[in-house]
Design a protein around this ligand. Structure first.
Ligand code: ADP
Ligand code: MG
Length: 268
């Protein structure tokens, strides 16, 4: 059953963005939109569904719209058009209070820049994420400790981030994303800043966590190998549009068009 359903979801940046959708239908290029109307295509009518419990990878070159799309999924930015459902609920119909509750209960986020506070301990960093969500003190502590244990950081609770390696710092980021026990974890280039070997460890770790916790994970990456390694399914983006959604095998063996073919042609 899909947990997230996205239909014709678009985000255009700039003045009077709705004008852009009709222009795109007329076949305007994104260069022409930018030059003549000062509009930037972030996401262009994305349509897909994410199944509960899968690792859904959004892949594409830098600037292809991945971060914009992932921010649309928890409505950190407002779409220019389209529909978004989460567990059957219309996210775009929620008021501010409902939206806060929805994010708190259902979504966790992990970023590329770990965004840890340098003067707070590992434990305090994870607790802080819960604090801004209004979780009370005792529960904060127990959930944070549990999340840190889950990512293998038991014993490191009272260290400062600087004492940890890059991989361990990202585990703190992961613990923070998991601490509220979300239905969906959104990870935007979470491993992209890590050294290749540590990155591979983190991929394994994430796959193991996934086996154990059965979370739905939306994983953004510009790296094809990473996408193929961890994705149950992959959506490939180009210039704001999704050009293909499929399993790694489908993407490799049945590329939808020449662009996908070229994207994957160096893989053996
Ligand atoms: P990716 O994450 O794949 O690198 P982004 O989603 O960050 O791509 O960006 C997609 C496009 O939207 C880019 O052309 C980018 O410059 C543009 N964009 C992203 N955020 C904004 C913004 N806040 N204002 C204007 N343009 C933006
Ligand atoms: Mg990005």
């Amino acid at each position: 059953m899909p947990i997230i359903e996205v239909n014709e979801l678009s985000k255009i940046f700039g003045p009077e963005p709705r004008r852009a959708i009709a222009r795109l239908d007329e076949g305007w290029s994104k260069e022409k939109l930018a030059a003549e109307l000062g509009l930037t295509v972030g996401v262009n009518r994305a349509t897909f569904a994410i199944e509960s419990g899968e690792i859904f990878v959004i892949m594409g070159l830098s600037g292809s719209g991945k971060s914009t799309l992932v921010r649309l999924l928890n409505r950190l930015i407002e779409p220019t058009g389209g529909e978004l459902r989460f567990g059957g609920e219309d996210v775009l119909a929620m008021n501010a209070k409902q939206l806060r509750r929805f994010r708190r209960a259902r979504i966790g986020m992990v970023f590329q820049k770990f965004a840890l506070f340098p003067h707070r301990t590992v434990l305090q960093n994870v607790e802080y994420g819960l604090e801004i969500q209004g979780v009370e003190r005792v529960e904060r502590r127990s959930r944070a400790l549990e999340a840190l244990e889950l990512v293998g950081l038991k014993g490191w609770e009272h260290h400062l981030p600087a004492a940890l390696s890059g991989g361990m710092q990202q585990r703190v980021g992961l613990a923070r994303g998991l601490a509220n026990d979300p239905d969906v974890l959104l990870m935007d280039e979470a491993f992209s800043a890590l050294d290749p070997l540590i990155r591979k460890d983190m991929q394994d770790e994430l796959l193991a966590l996934q086996q154990k916790m059965k979370k739905t994970i939306v994983f953004i990456t510009h790296d094809l190998d990473e996408a193929l390694r961890i994705g149950d399914r992959i959506a490939l983006m180009k210039d704001g549009s999704i050009v293909q959604v499929g399993t790694p095998e489908e993407i490799l063996m049945q590329p939808a068009n020449r662009y996908v073919e070229r994207f994957v042609e160096d893989v053996d």
